[in-house]
Design a protein around this ligand. Structure first.
Ligand code: FE2
Length: 277
């Protein structure tokens, strides 16, 4: 596979069609469905008293960096904490260590082809910190506002790179990615960090976010891999269509860069690895 490292440096992203085949996608989707079916909402994010909700959901999130946990749409639960719809339609995402803990996800997330993409993106010694399976449900799948993934994985020098796999066709109707071509040369605008057990998002640069009229929609077919710089501003719209928009993402940083201790995701016990099998 010939990959254009010059285009990545220029644009801040690369679109690689046909990176995963139908069988690989089907296996990952089936495994995600099993994880959701096996999940008991009463044992995790599901049951909160109103008073404890913010603290409990922070803990549930902050502990998920070395686990496999399900996260639901904000309005999926009623006041006493019961799901108001079936699990399969209420789930927002699964995160954040399936790539190390689940054999099906592990197989999808490693291999020489992926290591080659990482090298093209300038990551010679990647450490894969995070995996997310994103459902973007039909009709209720929410907007993800403009952001840079580097805000969530601060390293010195900046190194985090996103690997975004389309598991279904993604287009403007079901909430595809939008990117600001070349916008990775701008500053990091926000920083998400943890202080005193509490997660917070801090504005660190006043540069405004791009608007959709200057952005590029990445309408891609299932199997496409989009690799992009952690400094690239991107957005995805709400899904008002009748079709879901499943995607899977990995985030890797350079082992030679300093990973700051205020980042939310700290892996104390589960060892970090690259993309090699
Ligand atoms: Fe993102």
């Amino acid at each position: 596979m010939a990959l254009d490292a010059t285009a990545f440096v220029r644009d801040g992203f690369l679109v690689i069609p046909g990176f995963k085949n139908a069988g690989e996608i089907a296996r990952l989707r089936a495994r995600a469905e099993e994880i959701v079916n096996a999940f008991d909402p009463s044992e995790g994010s599901g049951v909160f008293s109103t008073r404890d909700q913010a603290r409990r959901s922070d803990e549930y999130f902050l502990e998920s960096g070395s686990r496999v946990r399900c996260f639901f749409e904000e309005e999926a639960f009623d006041e006493p904490g019961h799901l108001v719809t079936d699990k399969a339609h209420a789930i927002n995402k699964i995160g954040h260590a399936m790539h190390d803990l689940d054999p099906v996800f592990e197989a999808f997330s490693h291999g020489e082809a992926l290591a080659g993409v990482a090298r093209t993106a300038g990551l010679d010694s990647p450490l894969v910190y995070q995996s997310m399976y994103i459902f973007k449900q039909p009709r209720i799948g929410g907007e993800v506002k403009w952001h840079q993934d580097g805000s969530f994985f601060v390293t010195d020098p900046p190194s985090v790179t996103a690997f975004w796999f389309a598991l279904e066709d993604a287009n403007r109707e079901n909430g595809c990615l939008w990117v600001e071509r070349g916008g990775h040369r701008g500053p990091l605008r926000e920083r998400f960090f943890v202080r005193g057990g509490e997660a917070m998002l801090e504005r660190i640069d006043p540069t405004p976010w791009p608007t959709l009229d200057v952005a590029t929609p990445l309408e891609v077919e299932a199997g496409t891999l989009v690799v992009f710089s952690g400094s690239l501003p991107h957005y995805s719209g709400p899904n008002r269509s009748s079709k879901s928009r499943h995607a899977y993402t990995l985030h890797a940083v350079d082992a030679k860069a300093r990973y700051v201790p205020e980042n939310w995701l700290q892996r104390d016990t589960l060892p970090l690895r690259g993309f090699a099998t």
